[in-house]
Design a protein around this ligand. Structure first.
Ligand code: FAD
Length: 320
């Protein structure tokens, strides 16, 4: 059976959920071989093995933290040479997409970004993408070289699938370009205690209808009752009511949660582009004609200042 390389997104050995989702998808098209780089790479092995990695290729070097993405591209290229995989899967984060694009260029192959599903095809892996603001679902295949595919978080379930997870050291020779741009400082964002927007299973968003930064407290309260991340439309972000890091849409982040709750958001195409692949969509809007209602599974026509606090209270009551 062909092997499939999975790039491991981890923080000091703690594997992030999108990587475990990639392992689920990788098992559909071959045997997953994980590539873990940087500080704590070896510590990822047990988790990766529990979720189906037959082998874990590791390489620890200061370069991965001190420089931008090129050292990781060098390592993945070395892994491709060593394994000759059927595909390389990378999480669809900003960093993941840059790594994937550079790798595809190096390999002279093709890249598919933001896949939401993956299946085995006769001529190689076939990826599903949702395009043009969810107007179309496309099936795409890379026709030349080793396919490099980035997959959106929440596109697959995390499944337990115990495998050998044999740890092997990867040999990497860094290119001259690897140390071209040095990271001089990192400033961690202040933690809200909420999940990362792109990885959250539930996202609660507010738009222009929220009508002020102070009113975002009711959006946050609903989010916290559900253990959700908070999103915002561009109108809310441009008004200075919520940070740009929380913007959902074409020029913000793309999310694909199990549940997306849009409050006071009209449903412009540029907003839909970032959330249309959510599994269940709920909207609260006082305008029954708002375009968001064309997209929803459940819609509430009403004033969010009435509806959202009641919803929060009901959820908190049921949680006990
Ligand atoms: P509006 O369109 O003004 O809608 C507000 C909604 O709130 C209305 O439907 C109204 O009925 C409802 N409402 C008002 N008061 C209440 C209340 N009390 N209770 C319930 N409902 C209420 N937008 C994004 O979101 N993300 C992007 O990444 C993005 N990128 C863009 C890129 C480009 C190049 C361009 C041109 C635009 C982009 N936009 C983006 C902007 C987009 O076109 C819309 O302008 C924006 O999404 C509108 O935000 P909104 O729905 O919050 O506001």
């Amino acid at each position: 059976m062909a092997e499939v390389l999975v790039f491991v997104d981890h923080v000091d050995g703690a594997v992030r959920k999108p990587t475990l989702e990639l392992l689920t998808l990788a098992r559909r098209i071959g045997e997953p071989v994980a590539v873990a780089l940087g500080n704590g790479a070896g510590d990822t092995a047990a988790t990766l093995a529990e979720h189906g990695a037959t082998r874990v290729l590791t390489h620890e070097a200061a370069e991965y933290a001190d420089y931008l993405v090129v050292p990781k591209v060098d390592a993945l290229q070395a892994a491709v040479s060593a394994v000759s995989p059927a595909a390389v899967l990378v999480p669809s984060s900003a960093e993941g997409k840059e790594i994937a694009a550079r790798l595809a260029l190096r390999l002279g192959s093709g890249i598919i970004t933001d896949a939401v599903d993956l299946e085995a095809g006769e001529d190689g892996p076939v990826a599903t993408q949702s395009v043009f603001a969810a107007s179309f679902t496309t099936k795409t295949r890379v026709s030349q070289g080793t396919p490099v595919i980035t997959v959106k978080p929440n596109s697959a379930a995390v499944e337990a699938a115990p495998a050998a997870g044999a740890v092997e050291a990867l040999t990497v020779a860094f290119s001259a370009a690897a140390t071209g741009t040095k990271v001089t400082a990192r400033t961690p964002r202040e933690s809200t205690g909420r999940p990362e927007l792109t990885e959250a299973a539930i996202v609660v968003s507010g738009g222009r209808g929220v009508n002020g930064s102070e009113n975002f407290a009711i959006i946050e309260a609903l989010a916290d009752s559900l253990g959700a991340a908070v999103g915002a439309s561009r109108a809310a972000v441009d008004a200075g009511w919520y940070p740009h890091t929380n913007q959902v849409g074409q020029t913000g982040k793309s999310v694909s949660p199990q549940l997306y709750i849009a409050n006071g958001i009209s449903g412009a195409i540029q907003h839909r582009a970032g959330m249309q692949t959510s599994k269940t969509i709920v909207a609260v809007n006082k305008d029954a004609e708002a375009p968001i209602f064309d997209l929803v599974d459940y819609g509430v026509v009403g004033d969010l200042f009435d509806v959202v606090p009641q919803l929060t209270e009901e959820i908190n009551t049921r949680k006990g």
